[in-house]
Write a protein that binds this ligand. Structure first.
Ligand SMILES: Nc1ncnc2c1ncn2[C@@H]1O[C@H](COP(=O)(O)OP(=O)(O)O)[C@@H](O)[C@H]1O
Ligand SMILES: Nc1nc2c(ncn2[C@H]2C[C@H](O)[C@@H](COP(=O)(O)O)O2)c(=O)[nH]1
Length: 202
């Protein structure tokens, strides 16, 4: 069982990945964004640092997800991102020859990675995302531009309209699974039902 959680910044991916991994006895596969030394610089000057930031993410995501091909998944894995995330961000931040080179690399690497058994796409309105980003309190995200978040949310929408693998779409502003309560059981039950429909059991 391989589940991936996606959605724009602050939608609640890591929180849900941790919850599902714990409930399903699976391994959480979490991205450590702080490892990317270019990310704080990117927020200071997006145009200048976009390519370096993106190539760092691309390689680290590829390396982390490649492990899924190389060894059996005993208890399953719940990842807080999908490899596609990289191209979604890149499409917003790169252009010209840098975009062409990036796309060449991305396409080559993506061929080698398995698709998840289920992807959970979390949607939430921009004001909710901004509030959750504020609550998370990462210093380099302090001046997050609402227009950037809006463009990112639209890019996610476009991506998942064409997505060809098993997908569960959740309105993440309607469910608070960040603390114990009925919403946690509700979201776990929804994921179980979708996995069962697609021939897998959690
Ligand atoms: N469903 C939810 N309802 C309310 N708050 C949430 C929810 N999911 C996450 N949060 C809170 O929002 C912040 C961002 O969540 P996080 O899981 O880090 O998002 P992401 O991984 O998508 O960027 C955290 O402070 C988290 O506790
Ligand atoms: N330029 C890029 N920035 C990215 C990418 N992936 C993540 N990020 C940034 C966005 C947030 O500030 C932070 C954490 O992302 P979450 O989605 O986990 O909230 O990292 C990327 O590919 N390019």
């Amino acid at each position: 069982m391989y589940i991936a959680i996606e959605g724009p910044i602050g939608a609640g991916k890591t929180t849900l990945a941790r919850l599902l991994a714990q409930r399903f006895g699976a391994e959480p596969l979490l991205e450590v964004v702080e490892e990317n030394p270019f990310l704080p610089l990117f927020y200071q000057d997006r145009k200048r640092y976009a390519f370096k930031t993106q190539v760092f993410f691309l390689l680290s995501r590829y390396r982390q997800l490649s492990r899924l091909r190389e060894r059996p998944l005993f208890g399953g894995v719940v990842a807080d991102y999908l490899f596609d995330k990289d191209a979604i961000f890149a499409s917003l931040n790169l252009e010209g020859p840098e975009w062409d080179l990036y796309l060449d690399l991305y396409r080559e690497l993506s061929l080698k990675l398995p698709p998840p058994d289920l992807t959970v796409y979390l949607r939430a309105p921009v004001p909710v995302l901004l509030e959750r980003i504020r609550k998370r309190g990462r210093p380099f995200e302090e001046g997050m531009d609402p227009a950037y978040l809006e463009a990112l949310s639209e890019a996610y929408e476009r991506h998942f309209t064409r997505y060809a693998h098993p997908l569960l779409v959740l309105e993440a502003d309607q469910l608070d699974y960040s603390q114990p309560g009925p919403d946690q059981d509700r979201v776990v039950a929804l994921v179980k039902t979708h996995l069962a429909q697609d021939g897998r059991t959690a």
